[in-house]
Design a binder for this molecule. Structure first.
Ligand code: 5RP
Length: 231
């Protein structure tokens, strides 16, 4: 999926965005301590974090990836994975986002990895979100809200999402790591992310929704042309 802010960017601007993503990812390295279990999100910003983590050579206990894509990249960069069935918590979780509001609530799932991301965010003692400044919004919802759905429930869940005021669009050809589908919900103005997260999560057939309000980020590292801002 192409994010709305990417539709009008030329090559020069997208190179700048890539540098900003890389700077946010590198800033997150200072939060990693030797001996830690580190949860790893998914996406292009996190890919820079994986590369930076490999270069930093910090003796972490292991990494817990939120997706098969991140697992592959970690292995390729020589970072050892922890056996996920043996842990119930991670020390630190680093992930990107599609949108961030002023309360550090996130909208995520552009990469279809929202379920793994939500599980590890919930397991994390500290959750750091790394973004470029274009991801900051006043109100979540300009980026279509991803919902992971069990295939059997596709039409039922779509019907319920329409009743909530959204316009769900099936993400064609995408199968998640857990064998499910994604509905991207357009036209939602998400003024109460916590309430909407709870409401959508209760629809039978929904695996999870890409709102991170119940477990929001503890810290946001925002990469701007003037440097890194923390909040
Ligand atoms: C994947 C996600 C990503 O964090 C989100 O899409 C941001 O990705 P990127 O860093 O490529 O802009 O939620 O499911």
């Amino acid at each position: 999926m192409v994010a709305p802010w990417e539709t009008s960017t030329g090559p020069k601007q997208s190179t700048m965005i890539e540098s900003l993503k890389q700077a946010a990812a590198e800033a997150a390295i200072t939060y990693v301590q030797p001996g830690q279990l580190v949860g790893i999100g998914t996406g292009s910003t996190v890919n820079y974090f994986i590369d930076a983590l490999a270069n930093a050579k910090i003796a972490i206990r292991g990494a817990m990836p939120s997706s098969q894509a991140s697992a592959k990249r970690l292995q390729k960069r020589g970072i050892s994975l922890i056996e996920s069935d043996k842990v119930f918590a991670v020390d630190l979780y680093v992930d990107g986002a599609d949108e961030v509001n002023p309360h550090n609530h996130l909208l995520k799932g552009g990469g279809a990895a929202l379920t793994g991301e939500k599980i590890i965010a919930a397991m994390a003692r500290q959750f750091i979100c790394i973004v470029d400044h274009k991801k900051l919004v006043t109100t979540l919802g300009k980026f279509p809200l991803p919902v992971e759905v069990i295939p059997l429930a596709k039409e039922y869940v779509a019907h319920k999402l329409i009743k909530l005021g959204g316009q769900p669009i099936y993400r064609d050809g995408v199968v998640t790591d857990y064998g499910n589908i994604i509905l991207d919900v357009h036209r939602l103005v998400i003024s109460d992310p916590l309430s909407l997260e709870r409401t959508i999560n209760q629809i039978p057939g929904v695996v999870t929704v890409g709102l991170f309000a119940e477990r929001k980020a503890d810290k946001i590292l925002i990469s701007t042309p003037e440097g890194i801002q923390r909040r």
